[in-house]
Design a protein around this ligand. Structure first.
Ligand SMILES: NC(=O)c1ccc[n+]([C@@H]2O[C@H](COP(=O)([O-])OP(=O)(O)OC[C@H]3O[C@@H](n4cnc5c(N)ncnc54)[C@H](O)[C@@H]3O)[C@@H](O)[C@H]2O)c1
Length: 253
């Protein structure tokens, strides 16, 4: 359907060498977008682009650290010259440094805020300049269920993901007049490398399956429908929202 097609649109997905970002990038490719992969890990990015090439997709990729403004600005300028305007941005890259607040070194607090929150601001700002000039753009920030429901050991991460919810509202508020829609997706617990320490712990695994009304972990493919929708014309009057994809977890006590 035309309303949900991403045909002809350029979509930049950060942290797309693996995990949720890679699956969302693949979903956007299938919806017709020209996807631009990016990640801090050059090796992983080359592997991801190589796998897509074997499947018949030639995908440009750019290596940069989302928390380094100089690298981001350089890469965004280069991709706009080489590929074209970025119509869709998915601010996906994120990390964990797990520890109880009382034991957490301030460097680990700062690192997680810097990548997970400030990184989305830096890439958002770099890409929004072109979107503002063209009066058109879609920004999708990846938050987390942990913006609403927290657990011990991840206070830095929860604060960053809560910040993504309000950063998304600020982007929607300041850039709405330029026809930019900014929304966030809050995944529940999904099976990726980031959550491997949890999914490989039998107790945690059983806990997730018993708490989630749908009785399972999220499959990265479960995010694709919403990501494509928020990048498409179908969501042109939706902005500033965070939509949770959590198997119903937040609906129940
Ligand atoms: N997996 C989950 O259950 C879950 C739940 C809620 C939210 N999230 C969020 O979804 C996003 C993706 O998570 P994932 O599970 O796919 O993680 P992942 O670790 O599998 O992938 C993250 C990717 O981001 C890249 N990256 C890390 N730091 C970067 C930086 N500074 N600059 C550029 N790239 C960087 C990594 O190299 C990696 O390829 C993250 O923001 C995460 O917080 C994940």
């Amino acid at each position: 359907m035309e309303l949900f097609s991403l045909k002809g649109k350029n979509a930049l997905v950060t942290g797309s060498a693996q995990g949720l970002g890679n699956t969302v990038a693949r979903g956007m490719l299938e919806a017709g977008a020209n996807v631009i992969l990016s990640d801090v890990s050059e090796k992983a990015l080359e592997k991801a682009a190589g796998e897509l090439e074997k499947e018949g997709f030639r995908v440009p990729f750019y290596v940069f650290d989302i928390s380094n403004e100089e690298q981001v600005n350089g890469a965004v300028a280069k991709m706009e010259q080489e590929v074209g305007p970025v119509d869709i941005l998915v601010n996906n890259a994120g990390i964990h440094r797990r520890n109880l607040l009382i034991d957490m070194p301030v460097e680990d607090w700062r690192k997680v805020i810097d990548v997970n929150l400030t990184g989305a601001f830096i890439v958002g700002k770099a890409v929004a300049k072109g979107m503002i000039a063209r009066k058109s753009g879609k920004i999708i920030n990846i938050s987390s269920i942990n913006a609403q429901m927290v657990r011990p050991n991840i206070g830095n991460y929860c604060a960053a993901k809560g910040g993504i919810v309000t950063l998304t509202k600020s982007m929607a508020t300041e850039w709405g007049k330029y026809n930019i829609q900014a929304n966030a997706i809050g995944p529940g617990y999904f099976l990726t490398d980031l959550t491997r320490p949890l999914s490989e712990d039998p107790e945690f695994d059983a806990w997730v399956k018993s708490e989630v009304p749908l009785c399972r972990w999220g499959d990265p493919k479960d995010l694709v429908g919403l990501a494509v929708f928020l990048a498409s014309k179908g969501s042109d009057y939706i902005s500033g929202q965070t939509i949770y994809v959590d198997g119903g977890w937040q609906a129940c006590l």
